[in-house]
Design a protein around this ligand. Structure first.
Ligand code: PGA
Length: 245
């Protein structure tokens, strides 16, 4: 199981340090559950120093596909590694819909992350309209293929996939576990045998009340948590649920 916390663009440095402190003091004896948190870029160094001995990993919420040079305002994968990151979110729906990311740019970012040894978490998922038109599987498969064309099946399988239906992100309306499971099964079959160990996470309005039902599904290997990861107690409860499995 893997539980990831996406802090998005929330909080100031002191809030990030406070949250990191709270998480770092949890009891992690014998935990088989991996925990990764995604603070805003500016808070990564401080957070990573706080959690490094607590078996909690840190990642970037985005990265550049480019290596270095004249790219004002961009952050490279190597820079993320350098400040203690092990993971990076790629193609989060907010990046795709609000910041113009395309299938191509997402695929290039995924490739750039793999290149330096960061584990990318590829976010895929359909809009409400696509959902209502019954196009969920088609959309998710297209998003996976775009990355597979760039990094190959082996490359795709060496990262992590997060299924996040857009209609569920930040709405309080999580998918039904059976709905999510059916998409996860599609993702799993698209990955085939090289993807037998690839983690496929669910994301979208997860909280301590609905996470367990999600995590017990066969093809759901954990969660990507947004809003509920900003409250340490709630996020720790979700981690505890994953630890039971
Ligand atoms: P949410 O966000 O848990 O607040 O719905 C999930 C995400 O955007 O990763």
């Amino acid at each position: 199981m893997l539980v990831a916390g996406n802090w998005k663009m929330n909080g100031l440095l002191r809030d990030a340090e406070y949250l990191a402190d709270k998480l770092a003091s949890r009891n992690i004896q014998n935990s088989k559950t991996e925990v990764v948190i995604f603070p805003p870029f500016l808070h990564i160094s401080a957070v990573s120093r706080i959690v490094q001995k607590a078996n909690i990993q840190v990642g970037g919420q985005n990265c550049s596909a480019l290596k270095s040079g004249a790219n004002t305002g961009e952050i490279s994968c190597e820079m993320l590694l350098d400040v203690g990151c092990s993971h990076v979110l790629v193609g989060h729906s907010e990046r795709r819909s609000l910041h113009g990311e395309t299938e191509t740019s997402v695929a290039n970012k995924y490739a750039a992350a793999l290149d330096v040894g960061l584990t990318p978490i590829l976010c895929v998922g359909e809009s409400l309209e696509q959902h209502d038109l019954g196009k969920t599987q088609e959309v998710v498969l297209r998003q996976l293929s775009a990355v597979k064309e760039t990094v190959g099946l082996g490359g795709l399988c060496s990262g992590i996939i997060a299924y996040e239906p857009l209609w569920s992100i930040g709405t309080g309306l999580a998918a039904l576990p059976s709905q999510a499971q059916s998409v996860h099964q599609t993702i799993r079959s698209c990955l085939g045998s090289p993807g037998a160990k690839t983690r496929v996470l669910y994301g979208g309005s997860l909280n301590s009340e609905n996470s367990l039902a999600m995590f017990v599904e066969k093809d759901i290997d954990g969660g990507l948590v947004g809003g509920a990861s900003l409250q340490s107690e709630e996020f720790l409860r979700i981690i505890k649920l994953a630890e039971q499995l």
